[in-house]
Design a protein around this ligand. Sequence first.
Ligand SMILES: [Cu+2]
Length: 490
Amino acid sequence: MNRRAFLMSSGAGMIIAGSPLAWAQASARPLPLIPMTDLTAGISERISLTLQSGAHDFGNGAKSTTLGINQSYLGPVIKAKQGQDLPFDVTNATGETSTLHWHGLHIPGDVDGGPHQEIEPGAVWTPDVPLVQHASMNWFHSHMHGRTAQQTYNGLAGVLLVEDDSSLAADLPKTYGVDDFTLVLQDKMFGADGKMAYELSAAVFEDGFEGDTLVVNGAIAPVSQTVPTGLVRLRILNACNARFLELSMATGPVTVIASDGGFLASPVEAESLLMSPGERYEVLVDMGSADMNALNVNLDGGGGNGFFANLFGGNQKVTALTLQRSGDKGFTGSMPTKLANMEPPKQSDATVTRSFQLEMDVGADLAALALAWDNFCGDAGAMAINGQPMKMDRIDEEVRKGDTENWRISVDDQLHPFHIHGCSFRILSQNGAPPPAYAAGWKDMVHVDEGWSEVLVKFDYEATKDAPYMYHCHILEHEDCGMMGQFTVT
Ligand SMILES: [Cu+2]
């Protein structure tokens, strides 16, 4: 038995002794509708976001200790429009230092909200965030170095939808809470008292933290929603710390219309959709002919990246969301055939090539770290990229603004999701093969397993050495443990 297999089996044992699916229930709860702040009609005052402590009931009757943004758990859905400047006042009322990173936005490094823009307890961070990119689903979350995993797990995350003239005019469902829903998918562990738990161990450092219970918009799955006849739009974020989710529909294919950075050229039908932590996809569900459909999630979609691979042979499918058709008439348009203009990426456009090797183990004893660190990772350098664990005072790459570059990423171990700040990119290859059609559009996440994953990327905004961009694994425990690097764009 190699080291990794041992860690996985000992991890699985821990889960069995704990709470195996204890809080999963068959009866569906109503889908919580996340409050929306819609700014598309105009912005008249500064936008207040307060990072705060909370007590949240995930639906099992227990009040979990959580973090939230303007509420007890998670943040609002913010909807804004291309061309707007978003004047944020981010107040940190949590009592612990944090940051708020705008994941997916094409913005300068000094407003990116990465590890260098710390917000001390009681302080207010006031970035003016310019929205220049086209319609896309983005999100925001803590990026406090060494604490990102725990703070995001506890609830410091929200959704930021960018619209543009064509997306607002498009013949697509867009009535929030009626035929247009935002779904934040997460996996949680609940203790014997029913409260949300987060415990690190050597196995958790190795795989990242994985819970045994699926949560949708802060409610334990399955959840259900009544919808009108016609097309229904689901904007989905995988906000898990570490778990890859394989999505499928109970009936019919998954029809994907958008990925991280915007609309696909045209809808893509897939039997299933593999989402890494940090990824976003939009799908359309046709409720014109069926009374009922459901979004299912295979919790072990990553193929052996977690405990369920051992327990259930790599297939642990649960229902996330049941859609039930009412008699009401809803969106009357038909399935679109064209969504965006998109040329295939041309590798020959790249004038610079950079290579990144993700490394799981650079000599530190993960078990000792787990014991020593009181549930957070810190700048201890157990993991690395190109032999270098993340260091706040070291710039790893210097990029010239406007250059088209080819970034090649590889790893010798398990599946990792790689994220680059300040851009959207196109995937040239993923694990040595062309990406699935649903991942062929604008992305800021790429899966890295066996073989090279290559992306074609260009940066249009500045990031100086005092406010560099990050590239990192989006398994948050890996990121916190050093699988991250810093780069400038000038
Ligand atoms: Cu990783």
